[in-house]
Design a protein around this ligand. Structure first.
Ligand code: F6R
Length: 252
């Protein structure tokens, strides 16, 4: 696990975007696993900028998003499908039919999860971008006694609902359920890029990267993966900097 702590968010965004861009440059038919939320916003902006400067084409790329709210149609401005078009897809040359999110509107959600897993099995992810929740969730795999491997419907924790309420007019409007890729699907990615920013993530970042590997902190499972790159701003990395463990820390 290579952990880099950046002095500025601009530098973090640009280095994270460069990793995604180089994956696509090396493999024009790359399969990218993508995330939503506030963490990737600056990364997608930097990626759009870099792609336009270097004329990088996404025409052969396929994407799979981690999750989608149950009950929100793709036109809803808080759906993750809408977010992805706004933040990334509308600004690069990727054909929309090569971009995939689970549908939270499917009449048969179990069938939708199975469909998503079949697609993921046929197109292994080259690079999976991840944020982390304050409770250690990745995707919407919330802390639990047991985690689920494949795509599934999950009840969001009250803390997750409260955290995501900032994007909605009122907390009551935040969906209570989501479809999420499971931890086994996430861990199947060839490479994982975990990004976190802000002092409010410092504690969970330390727990995830240096604490016990436990379903109580789903992000701690990343310790079992052979190719994880972690990019943190100095606020999110501050608990690690005082840590004298054998972590391979790079300060940038
Ligand atoms: C988003 C996702 C979530 C977020 C996490 C952090 O697709 O799967 O796990 O990455 O909740 O959210 P932010 O970035 O808003 O702090």
């Amino acid at each position: 696990m290579r952990i880099t702590i950046f002095d500025s968010n601009e530098e973090l965004d640009s280095r994270a975007a460069a990793l995604i861009a180089s994956t696509v440059a090396e493999r024009p038919a790359a399969v990218l696993g993508l995330a939503t939320g506030s963490t990737p916003v600056g990364i997608y902006k930097a990626l759009i900028r870099q792609a336009s400067q270097t004329k990088l084409s996404f025409a052969g790329v396929t994407t799979y998003n981690l999750d989608e709210y149950v009950g929100l149609p793709p036109e809803h401005d808080q759906s993750y499908a809408y977010y992805m078009r706004q933040q990334l897809f509308d600004h690069i040359d990727i054909p929309l039919e090569q971009t995939h999110l689970p549908s939270g509107m499917a009449a048969d959600l179990a069938a939708e999860c199975a469909r998503y897993d079949r697609m993921l099995a046929s197109q292994p992810i080259d690079l999976q971008l991840l944020g982390v929740g304050h409770n250690g969730h990745i995707g919407f795999n919330e802390p639990a006694e047991a985690l689920v491997g494949g795509t599934h419907v999950t009840d969001l924790e009250p803390a997750t609902i409260a955290a995501n309420a900032r994007f909605f007019e009122r907390e009551e409007l935040v969906p209570r359920q989501a479809i999420t890729m499971g931890v086994a699907s996430i861990l199947k990615a060839r490479q994982i890029l975990l990004v976190a920013r802000g002092a409010d993530k410092a504690q969970i970042v330390k727990q995830a990267l240096t604490g016990p590997i436990s379903t109580a902190c789903p992000a701690s499972l990343l310790q079992t993966h052979a190719h994880v790159t972690v990019m943190l701003d100095k606020e999110a990395g501050k608990e690690l900097m005082s840590d004298d463990s054998a972590l391979h820390l790079v300060y940038s």
